[in-house]
Write a protein that binds this ligand. Structure first.
Ligand SMILES: Cc1cc2nc3c(=O)[nH]c(=O)nc-3n(C[C@H](O)[C@H](O)[C@H](O)COP(=O)(O)OP(=O)(O)OC[C@H]3O[C@@H](n4cnc5c(N)ncnc54)[C@H](O)[C@@H]3O)c2cc1C
Ligand SMILES: NC(=O)c1ccc[n+]([C@@H]2O[C@H](COP(=O)([O-])OP(=O)(O)OC[C@H]3O[C@@H](n4cnc5c(N)ncnc54)[C@H](OP(=O)(O)O)[C@@H]3O)[C@@H](O)[C@H]2O)c1
Length: 269
């Protein structure tokens, strides 16, 4: 083996190499890393990632994999928490740096946890869009459903940009562009700035505004399925709305009409 073909020495346990980093706002960034050859996951799942802490022990946090299962690399979409033990450091990573990635994917936002249906709703606030960034690029989403509605709500328009660009890129995606076709309906809203659509997801579902704006029939348990990812408060409130439409929470072991995952633990930064 020549020197050029010797693999780089991994200095961290479960080390993966950062290949790209992009900062979207002063509180949000996304990055891509190499993918362990052995890692198999379902689009929508999360893994533990992190850096070595100052005490010499791995400092790990749960992160949704934002890339689809077929991607050769892994993508993550992250908050920058001021003084956050992990993200105050993670936000400084550069291509060529290493992060720790434990290759044990888990999570409830997977197709297997939903009963078959005609239409699926992806409901997210803030960085809760990460699992749907994966699922929107997953062929199974379009094989299983005739319609896919992505509702994403943030305080500001700039915080919606990662999702907007991703949705925009799908129609030209050589692998799934054709499958996506007109099936994907994107409904971003900002709550604290003027935008073409405003208001919380819960309000827009309750009032029926989103159905009107997109020309859709209201949700019904016979046809509709949903996946939810946001703050605890959002998850709780949106679950109430889904239940009011007759949908019931499911799990991998008991598929039903909707599933929920926390986007983070706590009240927010
Ligand atoms: C199942 C699961 C999946 C997750 N996926 C992601 C993901 O894809 N992207 C991501 O950025 N984070 C995600 N998180 C949160 C992540 O695990 C960390 O909390 C986050 O990286 C901050 O780490 P920290 O050590 O800097 O601060 P921490 O000590 O972990 O958090 C400090 C505080 O910051 C707030 N906070 C943490 N994360 C967020 C967030 N994402 N949005 C708003 N406020 C937050 C909370 O109030 C928390 O108490 C996920 C959490 C869970 C449970
Ligand atoms: N994003 C920022 O610009 C900003 C700035 C300073 C501090 N922070 C702090 O950062 C933390 C996280 O901020 P974040 O913006 O990522 O998350 P967030 O506060 O959970 O808000 C994200 C989006 O979800 C909506 N939302 C919040 N609770 C909801 C509920 N129960 N039901 C339906 N919709 C709900 C918000 O609408 P509303 O706007 O109506 O609440 C907002 O559009 C917050 O605790 C905040 O204190 C954020």
């Amino acid at each position: 083996m020549s020197a050029a073909t010797v693999p780089p020495v991994k200095t961290l346990p479960d080390a993966q190499t950062v290949t790209a980093v992009r900062h979207w706002t002063d509180a949000l960034f996304s990055f891509r890393v190499s993918r362990p050859q052995s890692l198999r996951f379902k689009s929508g799942q999360f893994v533990m990632i992190g850096l070595m802490g100052d005490n010499g022990k791995p400092l790990l946090r749960a992160y949704s994999i934002a890339s689809p299962a077929w991607d050769e690399e892994l993508e993550f979409y992250s908050i920058k928490v001021p003084d956050g033990p992990l993200t105050s450091k993670l936000q400084h990573i550069q291509p060529g740096d290493e992060i720790i990635l434990r290759p044990k994917p888990v999570g409830t936002l997977v197709h297997d946890a939903l009963l078959p249906g005609k239409r699926v709703w992806f409901l997210a606030t803030g960085t809760g869009i990460a699992p749907f960034a994966s699922l929107m690029r997953e062929p199974e989403t379009y094989e299983k459903f005739d319609e896919v509605v992505m509702m994403h709500t943030c305080r500001t328009v700039a915080e919606l940009e990662y999702g907007r660009e991703l949705v925009e890129s799908l129609k030209d995606d050589p692998l799934i562009g054709e499958m996506v076709g007109d099936k994907l309906k994107y409904y971003p809203t900002a709550t604290r700035e003027p935008f073409h659509h405003t208001g919380r997801i819960t309000e827009n579902l309750r009032s029926g505004k989103v159905f009107e704006d997109l020309g859709l029939t209201p949700m019904s348990p016979g046809t509709d399925r949903a996946m939810v990812c946001g703050s605890l408060a959002f998850n709780k409130d949106v679950m109430e709305v889904l239940e009011s439409f007759g949908l019931r929470e499911g799990a991998n072991s008991e598929p039903r009409e909707y599933v929920v995952e926390k986007a983070f633990v706590g009240d927010g930064v």
